[in-house]
Write a protein of this length. Structure first.
Length: 348
């Protein structure tokens, strides 16, 4: 397995070599005993669409997130804590469609969803339709640990956040100009073909033409052998009427049990209908399929046939890692116990 330099100095040459090592069909040569895997969204992300500066920024942020998760695991912390630490970094970065930098809905608001699941206990927490919670993944964890429920939405979830001392921010905190532009483009497109039913738009960067979903996710295996998964998102540009995607739906965009942990990114409606995350774990459990095969079957076969664009990151209790995606690119990476960051974006 090739290693990449640390934060901020990933060369394009090194990254091209690492893309090959991280291709869909190639799991790590030596599986880690414990570690963390992350994604920052899948979609039309091609090398010619990303400037070297932007690519370096993505790689640096993904590496920082891996390092945050790794630091928790290295000191014997839980996979749940590692997932939270890794996702907070990505939620706080305007580069990704989660927390700051989330996409806008049809009404020009940022509306956030997140979920976390503990593979050891099958406990889970999920939140949806948030407008003021700075780090939705933290609120999902509070729902899991400090409430009798699995999912809370909207005003009720934010009232619970207040009770729990979770940081709230003004709605403007989440706004970035790029995301606003993406919404304007989506609205114009819709206006140009008024007969058509309104469609969800993957987040599209008007400067680069890059189209992607941009959700963030993490799965981890800790030193005690426990798995966890988490996902956080702003959903899809131009979504409306309280639309909730797959990310906070346990079994669709997020799932973990004793065998495997999965976080997805892509066109959420398909991930919900095909219960993607749970299906991958069920294939392992019922058919004794290896992780990579289970994940590939779902992402590269079932979803492709259905027309559902996206990808997943997954880890099993043996430390195997899978990161298949059926779109041109997916921001992704993993770090095992040796602390070497492996970050990739494109398909080849
Ligand atoms: N899956 C997310 C959703 O549909 C979007 C994404 O992955 O970026 O809400």
């Amino acid at each position: 397995m090739l290693s990449l330099p640390l934060v901020g100095c990933a060369s394009l040459q090194a990254s091209a070599r690492d893309e090959a090592a991280l291709a869909t069909e190639a799991p790590p040569a030596r599986k880690p005993q414990w570690g963390i895997v992350i994604h920052g969204g899948a979609g039309v992300i091609r090398r010619d669409m990303l400037s070297p500066e932007k690519e370096a920024a993505y790689r640096a942020k993904l590496t920082e997130s891996l390092q945050a998760g790794h630091a928790v695991l290295a000191r014997g912390g839980s996979s749940l804590d590692a997932v939270g630490a890794a996702l907070r970094i990505l939620e706080d970065s305007p580069l990704f469609n989660a927390g700051k930098g989330a996409v806008f809905n049809h009404d020009g608001q940022n509306e956030l969803d997140a979920a976390i699941m503990d593979g050891r206990t099958l406990r889970a927490g999920a939140v949806a339709g948030l407008h003021h919670v700075k780090n939705p993944i933290d609120l999902a964890r509070k729902v899991m640990e400090n409430s009798a429920h699995v999912m809370m939405v909207g005003d009720g979830a934010e009232a619970f956040a207040r009770e729990q001392g979770i940081e709230l921010v003004p709605a403007e905190y989440f706004r970035t100009e790029e995301r606003w532009e993406q919404l304007q483009k989506a609205l114009e497109k819709e206006k140009a073909s008024p007969g058509k039913p309104s469609s969800l738009q993957p987040s599209r960067d008007p400067a680069t033409g890059e189209e992607k979903f941009g959700t963030v996710g993490a799965v981890a295996l800790d030193q005690a052998g426990n798995l966890a998964a988490g996902t956080s998102t702003g959903g899809m540009t131009n979504k409306r009427y309280g639309r909730v995607g797959d990310s906070p739906i346990i079994g669709a965009g997020t799932y973990a049990n004793a065998h495997c942990a999965v976080s997805g990114t892509g066109h959420g409606e398909f991930f919900i209908r095909y219960t993607v995350a749970r299906d991958i774990c069920a294939r392992m459990e019922y058919q004794q399929l290896p992780l990579q095969e289970s994940a590939n079957a779902m992402v590269m076969d079932v979803l492709v046939k259905a027309g559902g664009e996206g990808g997943v990151i997954a880890m099993d209790a043996q430390g195997n890692v899978a990161m298949p995606f059926n779109s041109p690119g997916m921001y992704r990476g993993y770090m095992g116990e040796d602390g070497t960051p492996h970050v990739a974006i494109f398909q080849e």
